[in-house]
Design a protein around this ligand. Structure first.
Ligand SMILES: [Zn+2]
Length: 88
């Protein structure tokens, strides 16, 4: 039990480091709108799937995304919920 709890704390800490600004409206070319952009981890937890599923959808171009200069991918929240509505 003690070990499990410690693991959860580590995950929590990593999440805080990885995701500095929680809500940042950015321009989505595909929507032609300013939309909330989420990290794959944020997107995954929001719709209760694994980040792997998010990356798969990005690769399949089911989701709008932008790639930042440092290589991080940000997911368009609009397209995320559009994809959920369609089902995977
Ligand atoms: Zn979009």
């Amino acid at each position: 039990m003690a070990t499990k709890r410690r693991t959860e704390i580590i995950i929590e800490t990593e999440r805080i480091i990885v995701v500095p600004p929680p809500h940042m409206p950015l321009w989505c070319d595909s929507c032609s709108l300013h939309v909330e952009m989420l990290t794959p981890e944020q997107a995954a937890s929001l719709i209760q799937v694994t980040p792997r599923t998010i990356y798969r959808w990005v690769e399949a171009q089911f989701l709008h995304f932008i790639e930042e200069a440092d290589g991080r991918v940000l997911i368009c929240r609009n397209s995320l919920f559009g994809q959920v509505a369609k089902g995977s």
